[in-house]
Ligand binder design. Structure first.
Ligand code: ADP
Ligand code: MG
Length: 261
């Protein structure tokens, strides 16, 4: 790919939503090309952190740098350009169900086009674009689904479409927010394996929140544990013991946020 992988840096960032302190003085550095797993109970701030990284959310305090650039210092246009190079795979995948697979993949580039140009590109894609989409679907193992309706695919296949769409935009980094929480364990493993392998091969920075601790430990060399909006550990996954993991998940979100709210 023609885009250098981008690193991330969060400096003393806090995010306040009304009375909820979703993130509290978080510091985090992710090197270009690194793969980072984000773990923590529901409500611990994982999605908020990922939204900071792709610039859809600004910190109430602190800074977020992508590729060395402070997102707050960018013009709207520059921020949009930056964001168009960050692939985001949502928990619900955000695919349009009644479109063909090819059209969903082609939608990956829309962030960099004007509205009309993007509608045209999606409805009347050039042969080259379709060939690219096909190549990416081949890469994720579902090339034969190119012209199928997206909602006719299984959950695992739809995850692959979402991955292909993110790759279509030639990202410098991939963010994934619990992309495997809605499929069975075998499918989840396949998808995490695929995402981490492609990121490695393309030298893309990858940050993924993931609930399955075994998968997190197997596929991510480094794990960050969040609890109540704070980083409670940030270390090689091989150094994180079972008890540390359980402590992370055992507490109730309400208890955890007590000192933050
Ligand atoms: P996670 O992804 O780990 O489940 P989130 O980042 O979604 O956690 O949420 C962290 C905290 O911030 C939660 O208490 C959640 O209710 C709160 N929160 C998240 N988004 C909003 C929002 N848009 N408005 C108000 N509170 C929010
Ligand atoms: Mg979340």
């Amino acid at each position: 790919m023609d885009v250098e992988s981008a690193g991330f840096r969060i400096e003393a960032a806090s995010v306040q939503f009304a009375s909820t302190l979703a993130l509290s003085a978080v510091d985090l550095t992710v090197a270009p090309g690194e793969a980072l797993g984000l773990v923590g109970p529901s409500g611990s701030g994982k999605s908020t952190l990922l939204r900071l990284l792709n610039g859809t959310l600004r910190p109430t305090e602190g800074r977020v740098l992508v590729g060395g650039q402070d997102l707050a210092a960018l013009s709207r246009r520059a921020l949009q350009r930056r964001r168009s190079r960050i692939g985001f795979i949502h928990q619900d995948l955000s695919l349009v169900p009644n479109l063909r697979v090819s059209q969903n993949v082609l939608a990956g580039r829309l962030g960099r086009m004007g509205f009309l140009a993007s509608v045209r590109a999606m409805l009347f894609p050039g042969r080259k674009q379709v060939a690219r989409a096909h190549g990416l679907l081949e890469r994720v193992g579902i090339a034969e689904k190119l012209f199928e309706r997206t909602d006719s695919l299984s959950g695992g296949q739809q995850q692959r479409v979402a991955i292909a769409r993110a790759l279509f935009q030639e990202p410098s980094a991939l963010l994934a927010d619990e992309p495997v929480s809605s499929v069975d364990p075998a499918r989840a493993k396949d998808t995490v394996e695929l995402l981490t392998r492609i990121s490695r091969e393309e030298r893309l920075t990858l940050c993924m929140s993931i609930h399955n601790l075994e998968l997190a430990r197997t596929y991510f060399p480094r794990l960050v544990g969040l609890r109540g909006g704070r980083v409670v550990f940030d270390k090689p996954s091989s150094e994180i013991g079972e008890s540390e993991f359980h402590a992370l998940y055992d507490l109730e979100p309400d208890e955890l946020l007590a000192d933050g709210a």
